[in-house]
Design a protein around this ligand. Structure first.
Ligand SMILES: Cc1cc2nc3c(=O)[nH]c(=O)nc-3n(C[C@H](O)[C@H](O)[C@H](O)COP(=O)(O)OP(=O)(O)OC[C@H]3O[C@@H](n4cnc5c(N)ncnc54)[C@H](O)[C@@H]3O)c2cc1C
Length: 234
């Protein structure tokens, strides 16, 4: 059975595609993290678990988009990390927000939840956001993070992640090089591993193409399908 089809089908049945109630929240901060990548903070009116998402829009009854929460459980604000898509409906407007502006935000939802077990977190681009939330929320023990990005500036929150994970933080850069970064895509990094641990969970987050490619590599390397947990940004 096609994996992407199954994912789409299950998302159709999830809360994501039901009528999502949005309520107004105030923007507290916005900063540019890298070229066309921003961190937006809004006041927190909801509870959430690390790894969950919120739906956001600039109007109450529009077509909200989903964003992983990057902040710590119990933080005073909800922080999201987003890519500005130049031709997108929402993100070019999000990047122009100022503190004090109002956006509409949903309750938190989603089942991409943290674990205290050993796990490898594998993220591409802004897909690192739920893992940042998990690390900030006290789930750093027994974790390895493999993050893929095109440029050296694509390793969002890298100082914080380095502090939390030390040598268990692997940055894979496909278009620039530096002595402390693996030169190549994260899929190349994974493919070149002689063996992958079989006793850990693998958490994947990124585009559907990345999730499918990484899933195939893991399965080829003997990882049991049941050990793979994925969040796709589509
Ligand atoms: C569970 C989940 C979590 C997510 N978390 C994050 C996150 O943390 N950070 C993040 O940056 N993103 C995240 N996303 C993606 C996010 O929801 C948006 O899809 C993204 O921000 C783009 O929104 P937009 O309105 O700016 O662009 P859109 O208007 O949705 O367009 C996106 C791209 O698709 C193209 N496009 C639009 N319509 C068509 C069409 N009909 N045919 C062909 N191409 C088209 C556009 O040109 C553009 O390049 C997540 C998605 C999901 C499902």
């Amino acid at each position: 059975v096609d994996f992407l089809f199954e994912m789409k089908k299950s998302n159709k049945n999830s809360k994501m595609n039901r009528n999502i109630q949005l309520f107004p929240v105030k923007v507290t901060k916005i900063r540019q993290e890298a070229a066309a990548v921003f961190v937006l903070s809004v006041e927190k009116k909801i509870n959430f678990r690390a790894g969950q998402v919120v739906a956001i829009d600039l109007v109450k009854n529009g077509k909200p988009r989903m964003y992983s929460i990057a902040s710590r459980e119990n933080a005073a604000e909800i922080e999201i990390l987003f890519d500005e898509k130049p031709d997108g409906c929402l993100t070019p407007k999000l990047s122009k927000l100022k503190p004090g502006d109002i956006v509409f935000c949903s309750e938190a939802f989603g089942n991409f939840l943290p674990t205290t077990d050993k796990a490898w977190f594998i993220a591409a681009g802004t897909g690192v956001a739920p893992f940042v939330s998990m690390l900030r929320s006290g789930y750093a023990a027994h974790k390895t993070l493999v993050h893929g990005g095109r440029f050296l500036q694509s390793f969002y929150f890298q100082d914080e992640i380095s502090m939390a994970l030390g040598d268990n933080y692997i940055r894979c850069c496909s278009q620039e090089s530096s002595s402390d970064v693996y030169a190549g895509r994260l899929t190349q990094y994974l493919s070149n591993q002689n063996g992958l641990p079989q006793d850990v969970l693998f958490y994947l987050c990124g585009s559907p193409a990345m999730v499918v490619e990484v899933r195939d590599i893991l399965i080829r390397k003997g990882v049991d399908f049941s050990k793979i947990v994925a969040e796709t940004y589509f």
